[in-house]
Design a binder for this molecule. Structure first.
Ligand code: PGA
Length: 265
């Protein structure tokens, strides 16, 4: 893992898996289990479902765990049934917003243009913003992963105001690697894709790649976390299933941090 950034970013997207009460219990446990880990070298974040966000924000010690939303709409308000605006999220004091998750793209047909509008609205509203990009298995099969990732990144970041880049994180999440039935990406392949994304960031704006951490996500677990964390281009990990048990997540975190400590970059 690179020493490019002083903190490792490690987070979990709870998707549509925990109720409000389960989320609060999970956060309480996670904070108790990981309270002794110095946050000088770690930024830990959790993205609960919308119904759990307000209570999660109240339950969290934001110095220990940052709380984020899984999406947001680009308008402040309006006839957009089922959507949530930045203003609603600001009121409950969340720390970050994710946009462009692979499941949103694949299952809910979110386009690059929608992801771009969501991202710009999130940054404009002052949120730390996590942009997810990812190739599909058919892209790998025809050797198009690199092109697809470059295009997704460029389209998502179109019109990015330079003064807002410090609030941007990117996650590489291959669609073929995430969720049930996902196939673990080879850590070196993930590293190559991260290097490519960093280059593409530099192509968007000189030296942008040095300012934007890139996380890897997709079937990360206790067994493979260290091999991803070893990769020089990997600035953090974004974990689903394996992190939804607080004790398991605690073990993964400690494993990642031991890699970081033995390879300070
Ligand atoms: P997974 O999910 O770790 O369960 O594969 C990752 C994600 O979808 O963000």
């Amino acid at each position: 893992m690179s020493g490019r950034f002083s903190r490792i970013l490690v987070g979990s997207n709870l998707k549509m898996y925990k109720t409000n009460r389960q989320t609060v219990d999970y956060l309480t446990d996670l904070q108790a289990l990981t309270g002794d880990i110095s946050r000088q070298g770690l930024t830990l974040f959790i993205l609960p479902p919308y119904t759990a966000l307000a209570d999660a924000c109240r339950a969290a010690d934001h110095n220990l765990v940052r709380i984020g939303a899984q999406n947001l709409h680009w308008e402040e308000e309006g006839g957009y049934t089922g959507e949530i605006s930045a203003r609603m999220l600001q009121e409950i004091r969340i720390d970050l917003v994710m946009v462009g998750h692979g499941e949103r793209r694949l299952l809910f047909h979110e386009t690059d243009e929608m992801v771009n509008r969501r991202l710009l609205a999130s940054l404009r509203s002052g949120f730390q913003t996590l942009l997810c990009v990812g190739d599909r298995s058919e892209d790998v099969a025809c050797g198009a992963s690199a092109d697809v990732l470059r295009t997704q990144l460029k389209r998502a970041l179109h019109g990015l105001p330079p003064e807002q880049v410090d609030r941007l994180w990117v996650a590489y999440e291959p669609l073929w690697a995430i969720g049930e039935g996902g196939i673990e990406a080879d850590p070196q392949f993930a590293n190559e894709m991260h290097a490519l994304l960093r280059d593409a960031l530099d192509g968007i704006s000189p030296n942008l790649g040095a300012h934007v951490p890139i996380l890897y996500g997709g079937s990360v677990n206790l067994k493979n976390a260290a091999s991803y964390a070893h990769q020089p281009e990997v600035d953090g990990l974004f974990i689903g299933r394996a992190a939804w048990d607080a004790e398991r997540f605690n073990q993964i975190l400690r494993r990642i941090l031991s890699v970081r400590l033995s390879n300070p970059g």
